[in-house]
Design a protein around this ligand. Structure first.
Ligand code: EPU
Length: 417
């Protein structure tokens, strides 16, 4: 549990860590390579450590030196693989493509993770079926068997992030041309493509969400690559600085361009944000905020993963703000926690809510409904009177590297108890 004491004024600067959602697909893709891989800027967070534990059961060895991760993927086999580990994190769905590549058939339980909605995987399975793998799905597990077809094939990723990533990984070594329609183009998808290109995969990106892959026979076996910094962590900190900075706080590796739609909404609400160059962003404390409307959507629109932190900012804005969470029907559930702190909200349906402000928040014991909503409750605690207790913090630690350490370094009063 975190104990958060509110109304501390923060000052200093912060550096953004490597992105969870970029590191995980790159780790999955390392399984296509038999050799030695060096990855820089890897965040040491719960989901990455769990993912490493899973792939170490398939034979991968690894060691960290700071944020640099050295992996050896030379010897892979399934003899010691405990498929139950898959249940621990949703991102283990990314193992479908590399496991099929080596072992031709797999039987794994449904991946677990944050409970933010239904999270179907039809785009993954239908894509794999089109390239030669049949599947049977029951309540507990997914069984896939088959063998890879050659030739030119068109697939539909349905704008899903991990479905696009799985389909890319499944096709880089497939003989023929693969055209992936309705691809996600989030920065982490681009980072995966960059990694595979560094290993000599042939991948082109068209302007209209189309990715074209020309299968190659093998990938380079010694690679060094940088994981991109986390634009979601950066956006989360922008909200915190707008609410809690003494004057202003600078963010290094801020991913300004990737966050443009989000930053536009912060500015519309009255937050002063300066882009200082070299990817440093200065966020000023906002003393008067006004209500805004947001709608989450696929990149480059407002990211669903920073919707809940932004809602805390809305609770401090004058007027009625509206949230439309398009992607996940569970991502407004956390509003019941905000109500425990005397936040004033109206949930219109699973995808839409109104936030009434400006509402002074009071401390309470609240829980993390998911990773991002957990971070949102810490932010709520930082602007509430008294001590707020945030439980279920393992969600937060799955995805934010040293979240509390970074905040306390800037004089926030937060303790893990
Ligand atoms: N969808 C389908 N069918 C599919 C796949 C997705 O209908 O086969 C729909 C989903 O229902 C949802 C939408 O597509 O409405 C987006 O889901 P997506 O597949 O893109 O989500 P994901 O790949 O499971 C990744 C991130 C999430 C992030 C979403 C959206 C990783 C490991 N996870 O999930 O990150 O919210 O994309 O950007 O990259 C987080 O970091 O807190 C997190 C949950």
């Amino acid at each position: 549990m975190y104990s958060v004491n509110g109304w501390k004024e923060l000052s200093g600067k912060v550096k953004i860590s490597g992105s969870k959602n970029a590191a995980l697909p790159v780790l999955a893709a390392t399984l296509l390579i038999r050799g030695k891989i060096t990855l820089h800027n890897v965040p040491q967070i719960g989901d990455v450590l769990t993912f490493l534990e899973i792939i170490s059961q398939i034979g991968v060895t690894y060691r960290f030196e700071g944020s640099t991760l050295f992996l050896d993927t030379t010897f892979l086999d399934l003899a010691n693989f405990n498929a139950d580990m898959i249940k621990k994190i949703r991102a283990s769905i990314l193992l479908l493509a590399p496991l099929l590549h080596y072992f031709g058939n797999i039987s794994i339980p449904f991946p677990g993770g944050c409970s933010i909605g239904k999270r179907p995987i039809d785009a993954h399975l239908n894509g794999l079926k089109s390239i030669g793998y049949d599947y049977i799905v029951d309540e507990e597990k997914i069984q896939i068997t088959g063998s890879l077809l050659s030739g030119n094939i068109e697939l539909n990723a349905g704008f899903g992030v991990t479905s696009t990533e799985n389909l890319i990984v499944a096709n880089v070594l497939r003989p023929g041309i693969t055209t992936i329609q309705l691809s996600a183009i989030e920065p982490h998808v681009m980072n995966l493509i960059g990694f595979l290109r560094a290993a000599w995969a042939k991948i082109k990106i068209r302007y209209n969400h189309i990715i074209i892959i020309e299968g190659v026979e093998m990938l380079e076996n010694t690679i060094e690559y940088d994981v991109v910094s986390d634009y979601i962590e950066s956006g989360t900190f922008m909200v915190i600085w707008a609410l809690c900075a003494k004057e202003y706080i600078d963010i290094e590796n801020a991913r300004y361009d990737d966050l443009y739609a989000f930053i536009a909404k912060l500015r519309e609400a009255g937050v002063r944000i300066e882009h200082l160059g070299n990817d440093v962003v200065r966020v000023w404390r906002a003393h008067e905020l006004k209500a805004v409307e947001i709608q989450t959507n696929i990149f480059p629109w407002f990211p669903t993963d920073i919707q809940s932190p932004f809602v805390i900012l809305m609770s401090q804005a004058q007027g009625i703000s509206r949230v439309h969470e398009v992607l996940f029907e569970g991502r407004l559930n956390f509003l019941v926690e905000l109500e425990k702190m005397r936040g004033h909200v109206a949930i219109l349906n699973p995808h839409q809510a109104l936030i009434f402000g400006k509402t002074p928040l009071t401390s309470a014991q609240v829980t993390s409904w998911d990773l991002r909503a957990g971070a949102a409750m810490v932010i709520a605690g930082m602007i509430a009177t008294g001590e707020t207790k945030v439980t279920n913090i393992e969600y937060i630690e799955r995805g934010y590297e040293n979240f509390i350490g970074k905040l306390t370094k800037l004089w926030a009063d937060i303790k893990k108890v």
